[in-house]
Design a protein around this ligand. Structure first.
Ligand SMILES: [Zn+2]
Length: 172
């Protein structure tokens, strides 16, 4: 059994966007809140939301340490939840909102899930695979392509990540 993770106070507050305007920013703020939940579990603060037809069908955050699972990234966990919610591995028409550009594994998974769109906040020139380091969405012979939006709420999501890593460096 997993031992409970120590909780880590987060100096950033969750945001409560108006429910009235369910636009990209609304969903990204919810992903941001998931990232804060990750921080509170002493995990790298990355969060993800999946929306389909105006409904949130998945909300998850990075749980790599607590599960000791290298695949327990926010996006992978969210894709699993979403597939369960619609009872189908094909997430046609769905949009993933994530606070950092997906890694090679997660970028691949978004394509395999046939998502309609991916919206990410912070680009990742090192490991991002939807345009940052490489672009898996541009595979020339792939028969599925995503719509991608980059940089939405980049600053708050980046501030969160930077502050977390700064804290961890101090601890070392
Ligand atoms: Zn990933």
């Amino acid at each position: 059994m997993d031992s409970p993770r120590p909780s880590l106070p987060c100096p950033f507050a969750k945001v409560h966007p108006s429910q009235l305007r369910r636009d990209d920013e609304f969903y990204m703020w919810l992903a941001y809140n998931e990232a804060i939940a990750a921080w509170q579990e002493d995990e790298v603060p990355i969060g993800a939301i999946i929306e389909l037809d105006g409904k949130i069908i998945a909300a998850a955050h990075n749980q790599r340490d607590s599960t000791r699972d290298p695949t327990a990234h926010a996006e992978i966990l969210a894709l699993g939840q979403a597939a369960k919610a619609v009872d189908n591995w094909r997430l046609t028409g769905a949009t993933l909102y994530v606070t950092k550009e997906p890694c090679p594994m997660c970028s691949g998974a978004t394509l395999m899930a046939r998502l309609k769109r991916v919206v990410y906040a912070v680009p990742d020139a090192k490991m991002g695979c939807l345009g940052g380091a490489v672009d898996l969405n541009a595979l020339p012979h792939s028969n599925h392509h995503l719509e991608i939006s980059r940089g939405l709420l980049e600053k708050p999501c980046l501030d969160l990540l930077r502050a977390y890593f700064q804290l961890k460096r101090k601890e070392d």
